[in-house]
Design a protein around this ligand. Structure first.
Ligand SMILES: NC(=O)c1ccc[n+]([C@@H]2O[C@H](COP(=O)([O-])OP(=O)(O)OC[C@H]3O[C@@H](n4cnc5c(N)ncnc54)[C@H](OP(=O)(O)O)[C@@H]3O)[C@@H](O)[C@H]2O)c1
Length: 337
């Protein structure tokens, strides 16, 4: 039987080459206040606070958000929750990039005007003086890397932000490398944290991107570690989609995840899960946490029961042979490790 949230005691690890420590699993809040294609709020304020309480009970102190989650409600709800606590004990990461005003191209991307305004606005919503990690949510090709790095460095110098991160897709590893080179030559703060999509199904970052992170000792916090729920065993190749799952409402999810190749991979996941007496979700999270170069996956959950199941993955040990079998269960770009 899985431990309850207060029986879990999450460990901490170094956030890459920084002096900061993060929990081995970070809490994802993307679904707080998110409105689904069917028009329902996926996680409301009361549930959001329950999830934050549950994560805290398990020893979790690292919360990942973004300024667009729930149209700003997500940060507001985190801010309300934090207001009753000692802010210093928590590490909050947020992100800026996506357009926020119709018809205003400057309200998108990482130009100086937008970044400065967005950081002030998110600090206001979080009701805090500083952010621990500021990510660019995506790479903006219209803003020169020098403008971006100088702006971000200014935020670090002013004390509004402690560390910088890039939530980017695989083809952008060289852009992060180039931006960090500019920062290094100017004595500015570089990106120290990467946030890519990575899970047993989505393997795009294997190869160059992950190798770059390893070489530079950059922290890697993978998002969608369970393939938006696909790797939890709740989908069956021959059956109707489970009604309670919100992801199943999305046609994009169905096309990307519910494929014959991915179900074959799931068969191997089920086999390893049985060997280690764990659930498929726990086994998929343990595989990710065991990958060389991965620092701390960002765990998403819609209920506290899911959260408890997922965080219990911290105590699951996989053998090298089991990790290798899972790695090989899907053809894709491998990093040879
Ligand atoms: N940087 C970026 O661009 C980016 C993008 C996406 C996410 N993120 C971050 O990464 C976090 C995690 O992403 P994600 O939500 O996609 O993670 P995920 O772990 O891949 O999927 C989470 C979803 O899977 C289902 N699930 C989770 N645990 C389960 C369990 N034990 N049993 C059954 N179903 C379970 C739940 O949805 P259902 O119950 O509805 O199926 C849950 O909402 C986000 O909250 C956000 O902080 C960042």
């Amino acid at each position: 039987m899985d431990p309850t949230l207060d029986e879990i005691d999450l460990d901490t690890v170094r956030l890459g080459r920084t002096g900061l420590r993060t929990n081995e699993f970070q809490l994802g809040t993307w679904r707080f206040g998110r409105v689904t294609e069917a028009g329902n709020v996926e996680i409301d304020e009361a549930r959001a606070h329950e999830l934050l309480d549950g994560y805290e009970a398990a020893g979790g102190r690292y919360i990942d958000t973004a300024d667009v989650y729930g149209g700003g409600d997500c940060e507001r709800w985190i801010g309300d929750w934090l207001a009753e606590r000692d802010r210093e004990r928590y590490t909050i990461a947020s992100k800026v990039y996506w357009q926020i005003r119709d018809g205003d191209p400057n309200s998108r991307g990482t130009n100086r005007k937008n970044v400065r305004h967005r950081v002030d606005a998110l600090l206001d919503r979080l009701d805090t003086d500083y952010l621990d990690v500021l990510y660019i949510h995506r790479w903006d090709d219209e803003t020169p890397a020098r403008e971006l790095m100088k702006t971000l460095n200014g935020l670090v110098e002013s004390g509004k932000v402690h560390y910088l991160g890039a939530s980017t897709l695989r083809p952008n590893a060289w852009k992060v490398a180039r931006a960090n080179e500019i920062a290094r030559s100017e004595g500015w703060e570089p990106f120290n944290v990467l946030q890519p999509r990575y899970n047993l199904v989505d393997r795009e970052i294997e190869g160059e991107y992950l190798e770059f992170a390893r070489q530079q000792n950059l922290a890697v916090s993978p998002w969608s570690p369970l393939g938006q729920g696909f790797l939890t065993g709740k989908y069956d190749r021959d059956e109707d989609l489970p009604e309670e799952s919100k992801a199943a409402e999305s046609s994009r999810f169905q096309e990307a995840y519910l494929t014959a190749e991915n179900f074959d991979l799931h068969d191997e996941l089920d086999a390893v899960a049985e060997e280690v007496d764990a659930t498929p979700a726990q086994t998929a999270l343990a595989w990710l946490a065991h990958r060389d170069g991965v620092t701390a996956p960002i765990v998403g959950a819609r209920t506290t029961a899911q959260l408890a199941e997922n965080l219990a993955a911290a105590s699951i040990d996989l053998s090298d042979e089991q990790v290798d079998r899972l790695t090989a269960a899907k053809s894709g770009p491998y990093d040879g490790l």
